[in-house]
Design a protein around this ligand. Structure first.
Ligand code: SPV
Ligand code: MG
Length: 432
């Protein structure tokens, strides 16, 4: 009896999957690899049912003999232990990032003479509808909102990139890279930065862009994405207003708001002590957090307290004292910020905080200390890394350069060399 292996990473079975099983069954014993939660999220397919529910779903299908868990998007461990005679897959992985997985499978099968069978991918209206229903489901508030907490449990570190528009949201949603080791990677979540949201509107980052406008930006991003959103809530404003905003954000499906312990006219933290900035008292800020937590209706939403002590040079002890107090007031996480060039003070804070509190999620924004790696941060107990402004900073100089080139040349031809072809820009956005 030959062994036939195939991997499923779906929450809904459609005729394409049934066809694969039927073809596999003709060849021998059918073993399905259920991609684990951990592997699925790196592959940009966030599960809407649990891993064990997926295993049960696959086991119940006619023609399936065995279901095992495949814990990595690459087939290496399973193929080396199972040594299937055949791996069967739809032919839709021959191009794009998934072709790296195909290469991995071909290499492994060649080690002992196994064979890859590719069958035409079923892509009819019904399958398309099921695919888009899955995506729609993930974009719904109740799924999106809880996804950040799920990611914190599942990932060594939640990789978060700034988005300030539908287009940057799409980049955060869809960018996938194949790394040198053949693994795929992508971002887990999005940060709606006050700096970039303000900059995009040509305004300073001083809480001038009001909440209605910030919500509009969030809505634009939500329209075209499914990944969870962390809002930069600045100081949170008046407590009396903050409680209403918590409810609104929660209802929209935002996963977390981060508020910073400053008061009065807020300036961007990267100015540090070069401008006048006032830190709120522990008592006031704790009361704001507690009021927000009281207003919250679901268990999913997170209010994360951002501590500005290191930015304002108030010292490590002050930062730690605040972290403990804000957690006691109900904060679901702590963001510690620094504008030093190296991560030493961030590491010190995280190590000391972890001795006091092993669990509360820690968030960092390595804009100044940008040589630090995700692995190093995770080793110091960080749960969420935010790349807070890089997309905006990439786009701005490119646009200025283009404007200058057109002015200098009195035509567009010279500028065109660095631009995306217009044929590509009109097909960049998927139509329904
Ligand atoms: C933002 O992105 O708006 C932030 C992070 O608040 S920072 O600009 O570093 O203060
Ligand atoms: Mg900000």
């Amino acid at each position: 009896m030959k062994t036939v292996y195939t991997v499923f990473c779906t929450d809904i079975i459609h005729e394409g999957h049934l066809n694969i099983i039927e073809q596999a069954h003709k060849l021998g014993k059918v073993v399905i690899g259920a991609l684990s939660d951990r592997a699925l999220i790196r592959y940009n397919k966030f599960p809407t049912i649990t891993q064990s529910e997926r295993v049960e779903l696959y086991k119940g299908l006619d023609g399936v003999d065995e279901v095992l868990i495949q814990d990595s998007i690459m087939y290496t461990d399973v193929i080396r232990s199972l040594r299937p005679d055949y791996v069967i897959h739809g032919d839709n992985w021959q191009t794009g990032p998934a072709s790296a997985i195909r290469e991995n499978v071909l290499g492994l099968l060649a080690e002992y003479g196994g064979e890859l069978i590719e069958i035409p991918y079923t892509y009819n209206e019904n399958v398309k509808k099921i695919d888009s229903q899955l995506i729609e489901k993930l974009s719904m508030p109740e799924y999106r909102r809880k996804r950040l907490r799920q990611l914190i449990e599942m990932c060594p570190i939640v990789k978060t990139i700034e988005a300030h528009s539908g287009l940057t949201g799409l980049i955060a949603e869809k960018t996938v890279v194949v790394e040198e080791n053949g693994k795929l990677d992508q971002f887990d979540a999005m940060w709606v930065s006050s700096l970039c949201d303000s900059t995009d509107k040509g305004k300073p980052d001083i809480e001038l862009v009001d909440m209605s406008s910030r919500l509009r930006t969030i809505d634009d991003i939500m329209e075209v994405t499914t990944k969870p959103i962390i809002l930069d809530g600045d100081t949170g404003g008046l407590t009396e207003h903050f409680v209403y905003n918590v409810r609104t954000l929660e209802r929209m499906g935002v996963s977390a708001v981060i508020i910073e312990d400053k008061t009065g006219l807020k300036k961007n933290s990267l100015f540090g002590t070069e401008v006048e900035q006032t830190q709120d008292t522990i008592e006031n800020f704790s009361a704001k957090i507690a009021a927000g937590k009281k207003a919250q209706l679901t268990d999913d939403f997170m209010i994360i307290a951002r501590i500005e002590s290191l930015i304002l040079e108030k010292g490590m002890e002050d930062a730690l004292e605040r972290a403990v107090a804000f957690c006691a007031a109900g904060a679901d996480g702590i963001m510690i910020h620094s504008r030093k060039k190296d991560p030493a003070e961030i590491f010190e804070f995280c190590d000391k905080f972890r001795q006091i509190d092993p669990k509360t999620p820690l968030v960092v924004v390595p804009t100044s200390y940008n040589s630090v790696t995700e692995e190093e941060l995770a080793a110091h107990g960080v749960n969420i890394v935010i790349y807070a402004n890089q997309l905006m900073r990439a786009a701005f100089p490119a646009m200025v350069d283009t404007a200058e080139t057109i002015l200098k040349c009195h035509r567009a031809q010279e500028a065109d060399k660095k631009l995306m072809p217009f044929k590509k820009i009109i097909t960049l956005i998927d139509e329904l």
